[in-house]
Design a protein around this ligand. Structure first.
Ligand SMILES: *[C@@H]1O[C@H](CO)[C@@H](O)[C@H](O)[C@H]1NC(C)=O
Ligand SMILES: *[C@@H]1O[C@H](CO)[C@@H](O)[C@H](O)[C@H]1NC(C)=O
Ligand SMILES: *[C@@H]1O[C@H](CO)[C@@H](O)[C@H](O)[C@H]1NC(C)=O
Length: 438
């Protein structure tokens, strides 16, 4: 990282910081709104990532990014033709820089000014949570525009004039879905989308995530909005089941500072049942220990649910015992337990297989997983239990992956620190593709 040029007058630095603090503070959204929306699609190709689109810069350009429940903020590739008249650096000593917990400062750059070449600019560590590659990059702000309505088409845009994000590089986008140029973080971090949008538009720190299956459209709704589905079904908050969101005391990010908490979303799974019967598990693995190891988190970049080896074996064995009558097929990697798809019946909520219940705290709050979210159809016609072995000593024992969350409405309420979940919307004869707003 570049160093402060010798002889830089301290007074001029301070002056810049004061100016920029004003700029950061005056960043209210231009149009009052109670909710903004990100459309979501699933990359049907190998990555299986969930992709969203929004507009950024001046003039506005459409961009796509991978959605991630982890991460510190939005990062986009600033190397590839970033053109905008409204980007501004976040100076090193500024309030926004401190709030972003930056420990780096890009003091000087000798090339022509551009988003990735600026003097006295707060530094971040954009990370690719798919490939686990991180780099350093400038923290800057620019205009961000998101739709305020959804269905039949994304509607009028709400504009955040100075949305803070980090500049990534072209190489950092390797491993991301084609057409995407970064990752949009939905984490609990100060400058991830939920908290930054809430501060900009003055709505609640709350978002609902409704992930679609491949070929359909889903949505992330930030703020205060009814959960309305076509043609006239509203999912009230009374019909969601709530469980506390837990904070892992140790950061799970690629780059972090000692003492940092994790920005990811953990929930208190205390047991797992298959067909209503408790699976014998080592309870120690389900708790988060002082080193931040263990527990259960949600991840949109894990395509399937990942279980620590002993949990994976116990769940797979229990599921196999409950389905002894269904003809098997040879395992299809990365899965261990597969069936002849033509011999499995079907229901409104997917293949007719035993339920898997994630018991959350008390027995009253169970996330019941049906066939549509537990089973994966493979190209060869096999139907496999969609859980993956995460090895003997993973950082987190249970990672609830994207497939298990699809067509479930999940409300992440950061103010009340709780997760609301609907279980499968297919039961209510709707799905994420039918979500509408406005
Ligand atoms: C940074 O400051 C130096 C010294 O004032 C100047 O020569 C250089 O052009 C500046 N760089 C940028 C990117 O503004
Ligand atoms: C549901 O939403 C209503 C209106 O926003 C609110 O008054 C009520 O407290 C909420 N109930 C729960 C269980 O969150
Ligand atoms: C349960 O898991 C913990 C943490 O990995 C381990 O130390 C302990 O030996 C395990 N207990 C049993 C009975 O396997």
């Amino acid at each position: 990282m570049a160093r402060l040029p010798a002889g830089t007058p301290l007074a001029s630095l301070l002056f810049l910081c004061v100016l920029s603090a004003c700029r950061a503070a005056g960043s209210g959204g231009s149009n009052p709104t109670s909710a903004v929306v990100l459309p979501v699609s699933k990359d049907a190709a190998a990555t299986q990532q969930y992709v969203t689109g929004f507009r950024q810069r001046t003039p506005l350009v459409p961009l796509q990014a991978v959605l991630d429940l982890a991460g510190a903020t939005l990062w986009v590739d600033c190397d590839a033709g970033y053109a905008s008249s409204t980007y501004r650096r976040v100076p090193c000593g500024s309030k926004s820089c401190r709030l972003s917990r930056s420990v780096a400062c890009a003091t000087s750059c000798s090339g022509p000014p551009s988003p990735s070449c600026l003097n006295d600019t707060c530094g971040g560590f954009p990370g690719n949570t798919v490939t686990h590659v991180s780099t350093s990059g400038n923290i800057i702000t620019d205009v961000l525009a998101l739709p305020t309505t959804f269905r039949p088409a994304p509607g009028p845009l709400a504009t955040a004039p100075a949305f803070l994000f980090t500049c990534g590089s072209t190489f950092l986008t390797e491993g991301l879905a084609a057409g995407t140029s970064g990752i949009a973080s939905l984490s609990r971090a100060r400058f991830a989308l939920p908290t930054q949008l809430a501060a900009t538009f003055r709505f609640s720190r709350r978002f609902a995530l409704c992930l679609p299956a491949a070929g359909a459209a889903g949505v992330v709704v930030f703020g205060d909005a009814p959960y309305a589905f076509q043609p006239g079904f509203v999912l009230s908050n009374a019909s969601l089941i709530y469980t506390p969101l837990l904070v892992n005391p140790v950061s799970t990010a690629g780059v972090s500072t000692k003492g940092d908490k994790s920005d990811e979303y953990f929930v208190g799974v205390t047991g797992i049942k298959v067909n209503g019967r408790a699976v014998p598990l080592n309870a120690t693995l389900l708790a988060i220990d002082k080193q931040g190891v263990g527990g259960t988190k949600l991840s949109t970049v894990a395509p399937y649910t990942v279980l620590e080896t002993s949990i994976h074996k116990a769940v797979t064995d229990a599921f196999a015992a409950e389905t002894a009558m269904i003809p098997r097929a040879a395992p299809v990697a990365p899965f261990k337990l597969c069936y002849d798809g033509s011999k499995v019946g079907s229901t409104r909520v997917g293949p007719a297989v035993p339920t898997i219940e994630l018991v959350l705290g008390s027995e009253a709050a169970s996330w019941v997983v049906f066939g549509a979210n537990s089973m994966v159809a493979t190209k060869g016609g096999a139907l496999c239990l969609g859980v993956v072995d995460g090895g003997k000593a993973p950082r987190t024992s249970v990672v609830i992956g994207g497939h298990m969350m699809e067509d479930n409405l999940l409300e992440f309420d950061l103010e009340a620190s709780r997760l609301g979940f609907s279980s499968s919307l297919l039961f209510r004869q709707t799905n994420c593709n039918n979500f509408r707003l406005g």
